[in-house]
Design a protein around this ligand. Structure first.
Ligand code: HEC
Length: 171
């Protein structure tokens, strides 16, 4: 059970309302932080630039292990599930879907580095950047496995150059 859920449904509703009001009015530390970085749309625009497209065109498939994805799942439950939900698309507090068409549209044309960098820089949204590079790599492995990418023989590391070579294109 999360801390936020400790007050029961009533408490949850109030927290959600307060956050929604904060986001709508564009006030509060949380809303400012969410706006502070690049939005997914901007990330997409960057990735679809000619340079980026070429960089991942001759890429290799993402590498991560099943065991790593399971570690990532444990971290997900602890740090992400409040906002993104147990099924990755049933979250609260404005957490975007992390699977299906939504994920494919946002991340499927880029590299593993794009996804990893976004998560590391901006998530968890209420305290971004607070987890270790290894945990962010494990979380990335978990999201990849939940989006149908098969595990491979080697773990995903936080190494930026390695990640940039790993393409999320499926063709
Ligand atoms: C406090 C709530 C909250 C927590 C906790 C949280 N997120 Fe998020 N997350 C959001 C919100 C809100 C968005 C949408 C941000 C935006 O559109 O700018 C988002 C967006 C994302 C996206 C981009 C989705 C897309 O395609 O647009 C990813 C990936 C993501 N989160 C991963 C994670 C991971 C991994 C964790 C755990 C380490 C996590 N989030 C924890 C609220 C949260």
């Amino acid at each position: 059970m999360s801390d936020w859920a400790a007050d029961g449904e009533h408490g949850r509703g109030m927290v959600a309302d307060a956050m929604l009001r904060g986001v709508t009015r564009g006030q509060g530390r949380w809303a400012r932080r969410l706006r502070a970085g690049l939005g997914p749309a901007v990330v997409l625009a960057t990735l679809s630039g000619p340079g980026a497209a070429r960089a991942v065109a001759d890429g290799v498939p993402p590498a991560f292990t099943q065991e790593q994805a399971e570690r990532g799942q444990a971290a997900y439950r602890r740090y992400c599930q409040n906002c993104h939900g147990s099924r990755l698309d049933n979250g609260e507090f404005g957490g975007a879907p992390l699977n299906g068409q939504y994920f494919a549209r946002h991340w499927g044309a880029g590299s593993v580095a794009g996804l990893y960098d976004y998560i590391r820089a901006r998530m968890p949204a209420d305290r971004p950047g607070r987890l270790s590079p290894q945990t962010y790599a494990d979380l990335t492995a978990f999201l990849l496995s939940r989006n149908g990418y098969p595990p491979a023989g080697a773990e995903l590391t936080p190494d930026a150059e390695e990640q940039q070579r790993m393409s999320l294109r499926r063709e």
